[in-house]
Design a protein around this ligand. Sequence first.
Ligand code: SAH
Ligand code: SF4
Ligand code: F3S
Length: 444
Amino acid sequence: MLGETYYVKTFGCQMNKYDSERVAGLLENAGLQAVGTPDDADVIVFLTCCVREGADERLYGQVASLKRLKTAGKTPLIAVGGCIGQRDGEELQKRIPHIDVVFGTHNLNDLVPLLDQVAEDRTPQVARLQDSSEADFKRLVPEQREHPFHAWLPISVGCNNFCSYCIVPYVRGREVSRPFDEIVETARELKADGVREITLLGQNVNSYGRDLYGEPRFAQVLEAVASTGISRLGFATSHPKDLSDETINTMASTPAVLRYLHLPVQHGNNEILRAMRRVYTREQYLERVESLRAAIPDITLSTDIIVGFPGETEEQFEDTLSLVRQVGFDQAFTFIYSPREATLAAGFPDQIPHEVALERFERLAALVQVSAEARNAALLDTTACVLLEGPSKRNPALMTGRTRGYKLVHVPAPEGTDAAKLVGQELPVRITGTQAFYLQGVLE
Ligand code: SAH
Ligand code: SF4
Ligand code: F3S
């Protein structure tokens, strides 16, 4: 008997968000119900991330702090999965002995049987860590989705790129594409289940299909999923080197595809891009942006940028600033380089002192804010088609939603209407105010 309640804590990227919906589905299927804090849970599951050191440390802090529950007479079962589970396996259990189950990125299906076993004999369990070649895309039970109207749909797992700073290929394995027909069939099921928006997922989503017979391409997945009649279709994450003209054209000609692309550039200097093993130049990246904007003039563009990569000089960093100015991103996720064991760059000379990286990071963040503000300001007094997601976390009198350009919008719930009824609907919204990281609007 596993008890009655569960709590899932998720770190990291959208892959983990999807996995947490699968874990929730498996636990609900085992008869458990979700609760809002670990203190009330009989089963506590962590889905972890190790892409940067900070994420690693947060997990150790949080799991360690749960010891108080075990010593306070409760006996919740604690399971740790995700990328740290995959990377550290048994080691994790040795370091934090009150963890009951360790599992990896490819064996969610083992979670409930292992928890059952611990519940029976109180002996900690470590799942047999698998490789992505054993990845099982099939849905054993329906996911317990965070929003009923939105679903994640993985089309591939793993990554073959081995960017020199990145641990992801070590913890998610080699790239494996999901069979084409299975993707389309799942999209159909999701649509029938009331889903309005699907986000296709892959570490390198737009290189889909190279390992499959007939080499189906990403653009064909977009077309086929859109043809199920789903109203909105997004995808993440795209690699600039794999962004084909065919994909750009399909995005432009398929109304369901969101007017949004997350296209990580990582750096603005060619020498650093080479050292990062990104396989494109600044000029090639800028050319892709130009093609995108020619085909989809109102496209929202976001990116990821790393500062303080080993050897980065002030001049090289300034190339990143000038690229940000040149592109005019709507948003950028900025990170201070964090050396990760086993990656190539961790062994590079000239690691940048933290104070230097931090100072650059702050200059970059300020520039990103200016860019984001300017892009949003241009939307004032326009009308956007907004999918309403629910009450705002900070102010329940406001509803949040996303435009077709995936911009966050705050909308006052109209008086006299039941706000809950509007959740999951797509409605026209007049943009009445703009900030750097969100828009304000009113229902038309
Ligand atoms: N597959 C995706 C996501 C990778 S992780 C992609 O290729 O874009 C998300 C972001 O974390 C990366 O884009 C990168 O900007 C950042 N990142 C990865 N490793 C990092 C490291 N060692 N230090 C700092 N940032 C890192
Ligand atoms: Fe990491 Fe590069 Fe793969 Fe993205 S493409 S997951 S940054 S190795
Ligand atoms: Fe983190 Fe793993 Fe995603 S390391 S970014 S959760 S693939």
